[in-house]
Design a protein around this ligand. Structure first.
Ligand code: NAD
Length: 355
């Protein structure tokens, strides 16, 4: 089984960066991975807070999804080889989901694996991508096509890095934060509900709750055989919307797509599980408050369905959804027929949003 079962240590919240010093000083050699933006915005913060931690070498990759491919992996392996990095070295991923995904993958495959630590610098990374041991790269036209489950030694989550994050990246991560509220954390949902994310203040608490929710899920189901699938709420239709815009040269953020997917999948949930109308209204209003509605037409639905059929969640031609039974409770592997999927997208297209 390609899974490192050693326990992962987590430090989460304000001050976590400073507290990570002791653990880092144990390593004889540290190689850091960043992308171009993180090098500019986050590396100076890291160095200012941890002046005694000696970084032997910084490897920089392209920013965004174009940094998560085989070409960039080869660049990283070449650098590690040139620097004669050995297995007692630490690979330190400082960045968003792209850096932690490719960094975990290249570290785990170089010389059959060197230890790595994730320091996420985006909201999405802190609440989701840096936690749970999924590492990998995109290959050909497919996202996350090559990779493996390997846990980092530690994950250090300090909101200090978010000061320089662009607004649309905050928004993108916020979709995943909302998702935890909907699938498992009524308490988190009550902090968020009715709020525009720009107005929220206690991000330390929000990020800590979201990260703990993800840790809890992966602790119980590391290999996504059961409850980890609940994390896919909003993602079956959301991924199709994300791929559709990518293929039509109008890329949108992951969070924008998932927010739209969560509206459709809330509608499906309400038809299957008889959720109270007040709850579905509350969810849809909350998503509308934080995400603009996409201007998609009914003519795009066949293409969206084709994209869904290629999804990893399709088994024997049947779409399986992760849905909610009510706010704070999700379930998975629910077969949904295509007519209902079509109707949910029509509902998204034809309803009036606040925007
Ligand atoms: N492994 C998992 O479980 C998992 C889960 C969810 C998503 N992902 C992956 O994560 C990736 C998306 O992650 P992301 O949204 O963090 O994207 P990202 O890593 O591309 O970061 C988004 C942008 O923000 C910049 N950036 C990062 N930190 C910054 C900071 N503090 N200040 C200013 N700019 C900063 C980056 O350079 C990039 O341009 C996708 O590839 C997705 O597949 C993985």
């Amino acid at each position: 089984m390609l899974l490192d079962t050693k326990p992962v240590s987590y430090m989460i919240g304000n001050g976590a960066l400073d507290m990570s010093e002791k653990g880092l000083l144990k390593y004889p050699r540290i190689i850091m991975l960043v992308d171009e933006n993180v090098e500019k915005h986050c590396l100076p913060v890291f160095r200012a807070h941890l002046p005694d931690v000696k970084i032997d070498h910084v490897i920089t990759i392209k920013s965004g999804e174009r940094g998560k491919n085989l070409e960039q992996s080869i660049h990283i392996w070449d650098e590690l080889t040139r620097l004669q990095v050995d297995r007692d070295a630490l690979f330190l991923n400082l960045g968003g989901g792209v850096v932690t995904d490719i960094g975990g993958f290249t570290a785990s495959t170089y010389k059959r694996g060197i230890p790595f630590i994730n320091f996420p610098t985006t909201l999405l990374g802190m609440a989701d991508a840096a936690i749970g041991g999924k590492t990998g790269i995109d290959y050909g036209a497919y996202k996350n096509q090559v990779g493996l489950f390997v846990d980092p030694v530690s994950v250090i989550i300090d909101p200090i890095f978010l000061n320089t994050l662009e607004d649309h990246q905050w928004q993108s991560g916020f979709a995943e934060v909302m998702k935890y509220g909907l699938i498992m954390d009524r308490d988190l949902w009550s902090i968020l509900s009715g709020q525009d994310y720009h107005q929220l203040e206690d991000w330390d608490k929000i990020i800590t709750k979201a990260a703990r929710d993800k840790i809890d899920i992966v602790h119980h189901d590391a290999l996504e055989k059961g409850m980890r699938k609940n994390l896919n709420f909003g993602h079956t239709i959301g991924h199709a919307i994300e791929s559709y815009y990518l293929m039509h040269d109008k890329p949108i953020t992951h969070g924008q797509a998932i927010a739209a997917g969560m509206i459709c999948e809330t509608w499906i949930s309400s038809k299957i599980f008889d959720i109270e109308c007040t709850q579905t209204d509350e969810i849809v209003e909350m998503i509308d408050l934080n995400f603009e509605k996409f201007d998609i037409s009914e003519a795009t639905i066949p293409e969206l369905l084709d994209l869904m059929r290629q999804d990893k969640k399709v088994r024997e031609g049947q779409l399986k959804f992760s849905l909610i039974r009510k706010i704070g409770k999700a379930t998975h592997d629910i077969e949904v027929n295509m007519d209902m999927v079509v109707d949910s997208i029509k509902y998204y297209i034809n309803r009036n949003s606040v925007h």
